[in-house]
Design a protein around this ligand. Structure first.
Ligand SMILES: [Zn+2]
Length: 391
């Protein structure tokens, strides 16, 4: 790796990248205790604002309370994209469409800026066996469309995860090998998304991780051309940088041609920061550095040590596409602002507290008693403290 032009020695390297204000379109915030870590990453970036997201989960319902707590404390620094609560749906699947539509209206009234869905990830599909184009989701898509409320949607995964020979061991270890016949095919997931887009032309969808289409830029391009309200976010998807480097000229043309439809994102997760222990913030900044170095610089660069596993063996590094300041401004900030508004929506305090209290009660009920580690009750304490402090 000695002949690469760029390496990330330490976080001060970030300052050598451009000084354009950056918004991060997709950061998972599940852990209240990581609020200061997220702020540290934003200061070092520097990142002006972050779109904080969470996802539905069987044990924890979702982490909407943590998102509310972050916004209560830093109202100008975070857009928040909440998750749905599938408890009522699984209890009463016949009314799924109305239940989810009502949740969307309730989140909007609280001050959520958008929705995040991982319901198109193959592992989630086993828990929530509803195709994205199923009748049960009709009310949801219609409500989002009606409200102009954007959604970041994870649908699919890298193709290698369906291939016994190519599936990386790190994906397998997390249960992300999908070739055993019990998961939907990648193509089925893409088809569901296309049906939804065709039926809901005003729906503001951002497909996370470049829609998992970085190996087929022709198709990615056709999809964006066919759906003017569709965007892709650039959150790794480590396979993206391998694919872009292998098909360099074509990729750079794609970024220039679709510069108003691409959104900077890192997919930083508070879970990942926790797993990396003392180096959590530093590792998260490595990820920030990779995304920005790819967009801003020319020449081949090596992944930082902690992300070396992302580089596929046929490549000696990734090649940056050196976008102009004007293009970077769109991808870093103005595309997201066009979709989410120039600043985050204010919280309706009463409505926010009602939702968080209800979830605290629901988590206790699910646990069959007072839950020891009730994340909604912890968020409630945090939010009440902020509101009290402000009088
Ligand atoms: Zn994500």
């Amino acid at each position: 790796m000695t002949n690469t032009t760029t390496t990330r020695e330490n976080r001060t390297n970030l300052a050598r990248l451009t000084d354009i204000p950056v918004i991060d379109g997709h950061v998972h915030f599940n852990h209240l205790a990581r609020m200061d870590d997220i702020m540290a990453i934003m200061e070092a970036g520097p990142v002006l604002r972050t779109n904080l997201v969470c996802t539905p989960n069987p044990g924890s319902i979702n982490h909407n309370p943590a998102l509310i707590a972050f916004k209560a404390r830093f109202p100008d620094r975070a857009y928040i994209s909440g998750a749905l609560d599938y408890g009522p749906v699984l209890a009463d699947p016949e009314h799924m469409s109305d239940i989810l539509a009502a949740q969307v209206y309730a989140l909007k009234a609280i001050g959520f800026d958008g929705l995040k869905m991982t319901e198109g990830k193959p592992t989630k599909r086993k828990w929530l066996p509803f195709p994205l184009d199923a009748p049960g989701y009709t009310g949801l898509w219609a409500a989002l469309e009606e409200l102009g409320m954007p959604v970041v949607l994870h649908a699919g995964d890298p193709e290698a995860y369906w291939d016994a020979e190519r599936c990386p061991s790190r994906a397998r270890a997390r249960g992300w090998y999908y070739g055993d016949g019990t998961f939907p095919l990648k193509e089925e997931l893409h088809a569901e998304v296309e049906h939804v887009l065709a039926r809901h032309p005003r729906l503001k969808v951002t497909l996370a991780h470049f829609g998992f289409l970085s190996a087929d830029l022709e198709r990615a391009s056709r999809l964006l051309d066919a759906h003017p309200n569709l965007c892709f976010d650039l959150a790794p998807g480590s396979e993206m940088y391998n694919n872009f480097t292998r098909d360099y000229d074509h990729s750079r043309d794609f970024f220039l041609h679709h510069q108003d439809r691409l959104i900077h994102a890192t997919d930083t997760t508070t879970g990942g920061i926790g797993r990396d222990g003392d180096r959590g913030v530093e590792r998260a900044l490595d990820r920030v550095w990779v995304v920005r170095t790819f967009l801003e610089t020319d020449g081949v660069f090596a992944p930082p040590e902690g992300l070396r596993r992302w580089l596929e063996p046929d490549l000696r590094g990734w090649r940056g596409i050196a976008l102009s300041r004007e293009v970077l401004t769109r991808i870093y900030r103005t595309n997201l602002e066009r979709i989410y508004g120039p600043a985050p929506a204010p919280l309706d305090r009463e409505a926010a507290l009602v939702l968080v209290r209800q979830m605290a009660v629901a988590l206790d009920a699910q646990a069959g008693g007072m839950m020891a580690d009730n994340h909604a009750r912890q968020a409630l304490t945090c939010i009440s403290g902020v509101f009290l402090g402000e009088g």
